[in-house]
Design a protein around this ligand. Structure first.
Ligand code: PLP
Length: 470
């Protein structure tokens, strides 16, 4: 490890940075069905320009940078309007869905501590399709996640299971609109009734649906209600950096009542330095993502989003139909929008993902959990739409050629997996931590069979080795 003495000229550095992308997934060609949200060249240039204009401004202090305060008020105002929030509602601009969820749980924890403390450790009821970020929030803020089964056919949250899980320590219920994995919208109205009856808060996770489902509904498609128009919904997360097509680092946490947000804000003047008053987790934060978010909302407007949703939805439906027609593939649950997942009862889905990767496509494998078998997730966006036909042809070819799903016995897994050390298991999987693996299927097949705590421990250890300095 060495810190360089002499610097290098900008042109050379930029060339280096460009070259380093060579092994990345090819998102700019519309061949990636996760991670990336591409609104097209003109809008991308606007994002970059707006981001650059505010890169250096610091969201730490709104009195020094009133421009950022104004941009945030505008952006949150639009988010509240889109989600039909009543007068008196409020929200904060955050760095992403995870931060929005972390803040929501911290806020409810502190609000309940201050107003109606529970006798034990506070609990959050999570349908098993709720995003992993809720578990992260529980881990960070000392809350107990109480996981409940979802309805096995539709993969929607089951209000009866939620009702059964409510205890004297429950502080929050959670519903997804939609779930990331399968694109299923939970029965928010029924869950909200439960929340109201038990005087509990209800978080609707519209991180991935918040900038898509309202426009899909406006296009006349049947979309279940999920926003503040339902009285029991107290807080809602929604990401601009997904189907809002904003630059990354753009989400919002919204509250029905601004008094709730008081419990989110951290203020500290008890030290020798400047007074810290942070509405969100970060203190110093670039104005870039906020400015880019403001710019894309202004640029696209409702009309622009309706058009993007229309294009995405048409492509998503075409792909979904091709999957439903294929004898070896099976759609999971009842998705409503442009996110969905498929499995195969007899073929190896991980091999399908690798074969598609070899053809230049990225589709996202998901491990089996609860009622959801190992599957492949697709997020279909406007930039994928022109490639839908080619994608379908390749997917059908890869599914036709996929090997049979291996039986558990064929993987040669040791009986007592839990007893294996990281080195034992990792060496056996070929996961050395010195480099990224080439094909993922052999690794995924085995990880899929591990109980999730073993899998998580292994992956955390692996990543700890992978991110090493050089
Ligand atoms: C439903 C849902 N919630 C939360 C998140 C977490 O968002 P982020 O990756 O921006 O932290 C995601 C991300 O895909 C999501 O789909």
């Amino acid at each position: 490890m060495a810190f360089p003495f002499a610097g290098r000229p900008p042109a050379e550095i930029l060339e280096d940075l460009r070259a380093r992308k060579r092994d990345d997934v090819r998102w700019a060609e519309g061949r990636v069905f996760a991670y990336v949200y591409d609104p097209g060249d003109e809008a991308m240039r606007l994002l970059a320009d707006a981001h650059r204009l505010y890169m250096t401004e610091n969201g730490l202090d709104p009195t020094s940078f009133p421009s950022l305060l104004g941009l945030e008020r505008d952006v949150i105002g639009k988010a509240l309007a889109l989600h039909r929030a009543p007068a008196g509602a409020a929200g904060s601009f955050t760095s992403g869905g995870t931060e929005s969820i972390l803040l929501s749980l911290k806020t409810v924890r502190d609000l309940r501590r201050a107003t109606r403390p529970v006798p034990g450790r506070p609990e959050v009821v999570l349908p098993e399709t709720a995003h992993a970020a809720f578990y992260k929030a529980c881990e960070y803020f000392d809350l107990t996640p109480v996981r409940v089964p979802v309805e096995p056919e539709s993969l929607a949250a089951d209000p009866r299971a939620i009702a059964d899980a409510i205890s004297e320590n429950t502080i929050l219920l959670v519903a997804s609109a939609p779930s990331y994995a399968h694109g299923v919208v939970d029965p928010v109205a029924e869950i909200a009734e439960l929340a109201a009856r038990h005087r509990l808060h209800l978080h609707v996770d519209a991180c991935v649906g918040g900038m898509y489902l309202p426009f899909l509904r406006e296009l006349g498609q049947p979309v279940p209600e999920f926003d503040f128009s339902i009285p029991g919904v107290t807080q809602l997360s929604m990401d601009f950096h997904k189907w809002g097509y904003a630059a990354k680092g753009a989400s919002a946490i919204l509250y029905r009542d601004a008094t709730m947000r008081r419990h989110q804000i951290f203020a500290w003047s008890g030290w020798t330095g400047y007074t810290v008053v942070n509405p969100t987790i970060l203190s110093t934060r670039s104005g870039g993502p906020l400015a880019a978010c403001w710019a894309i909302l202004e640029h696209l407007g409702r009309e622009g989003y309706l058009e993007l949703v229309e294009r995405s939805q048409r492509a998503a439906l075409a792909i979904r139909e091709a999957i439903e027609r294929h004898p070896a593939l099976r759609l999971l649950g009842r998705p409503v929008g442009n996110l969905f997942a498929f499995t195969s009862d007899d073929r190896d889905v991980f091999a399908i993902a690798d074969a598609m990767r070899a053809r230049g496509w990225y589709i996202q494998p998901q491990f089996g959990f609860g009622p959801s078998p190992a599957n492949i997730h697709l997020s279909v966006g406007a930039s994928n739409a022109p490639h839908a036909r080619e994608f379908i042809a390749d997917l059908v070819a890869c599914a036709d050629a996929a090997p049979a799903k291996p039986a558990a016995g064929d993987l040669g897994l040791p009986a007592d997996l839990g007893a294996l050390s990281f080195d034992g298991l990792a060496g056996w999987l070929g996961l050395t931590g010195t480099d990224l693996p080439a094909g993922m299927a052999p690794i995924n097949r085995i990880l899929d069979r591990l109980p999730h705590p073993s899998r998580d421990g292994l992956l955390a250890e692996y990543v700890n080795r992978l991110y090493r300095a050089r």
